[in-house]
Design a protein around this ligand. Structure first.
Ligand code: ADE
Length: 243
């Protein structure tokens, strides 16, 4: 099995609580804010001799909550790429899964073959496809097979809930992992021709009975622990053999 030859890895995450188990497991050092104007958090360390930079979207200066969603993620990824010139960009985080895909809380998916948007509705020829924005992800089927992880299309929007139209769009491309960042991060990586892979741990079942926000908060800790274990295995896979 081939692995990415990668002198440094950029990991982008939206929520501090999702990132904590990874920071602890990998012994990453808090490097402060990445840039003076933003609250983007930078952590750094090494894995198998490879430099790893983790950027977390940080807290909103006004509302003091994690800056989840595409806006901050686009900027963190851009700054991370400009600063570190990584060979691969990873986005680790939590996401909604689908009963129709037999997803269970704590399952971890790898994005494949694309990350798309479900809430950019522009009903004009050409713009419609641009709105969905199909972004190819790293060819990870071998990795998924080796690690026993699930794969699927990650579908991104800026809402925790969804409209009927969002769901119709998600179904149209068989989206099975619903998040709020992956497609935006994939887009930035694509502009720089850098491979991109999302690793997503399921906190809630989108087409299940429980209200998403309740299920999300209830399972955030468990899903983040599960995420951290699989992120370490992905890093191991990517760095095996070194560069
Ligand atoms: N993150 C965790 N669960 C999610 C969901 N259902 N939709 C979007 N982002 C999420």
């Amino acid at each position: 099995m081939t692995s990415v030859s990668t002198p440094n890895i950029l990991l982008v995450m939206a929520m501090h609580d999702e990132a904590l188990p990874i920071i602890r497991k990998l012994g990453l050092k808090d490097m402060g804010y990445l840039s003076p104007s933003y609250t983007f958090e930078h952590y750094s360390g090494h894995f198998n001799g490879i430099q790893l930079n983790l950027i977390v979207n940080g807290k909103c200066k006004v509302f003091k909550v994690d800056q989840i969603g595409t806006q901050a993620s686009t900027l963190t990824t851009h700054l991370g790429i400009e600063t570190f010139n990584p060979s691969v960009v990873l986005n680790a985080g939590t996401a909604g899964g689908f009963r129709s895909d037999s997803a269970q809380v704590g399952d971890v998916y790898l994005s494949y073959p694309t990350a798309n948007y479900h809430d950019r509705r522009i009903n004009i020829p050409g713009f419609k496809e641009y709105g969905v924005g199909v972004h190819p992800t790293y060819s990870c089927l071998g990795m998924a097979n080796d690690l026993g992880l699930r794969t699927g299309v990650v579908t991104t929007g800026n809402s925790l809930d969804y409209t009927e139209q969002d769901m119709a769009t998600i179904k149209s491309y068989n989206g099975v992992v619903k998040d709020m960042e992956a497609a935006a991060i994939a887009w930035v990586a694509q502009q720089h021709n850098i491979p991109f892979l999302a690793i997503k741990s399921i906190t809630d079942i989108v087409d299940g009975e429980k209200p998403t926000e309740e299920e999300f908060l209830e399972n955030l800790h468990q899903a983040s622990e599960s995420l951290s274990k699989q992120v370490v295995r992905v890093l191991q896979w990517l760095t095996e053999g070194g560069v």
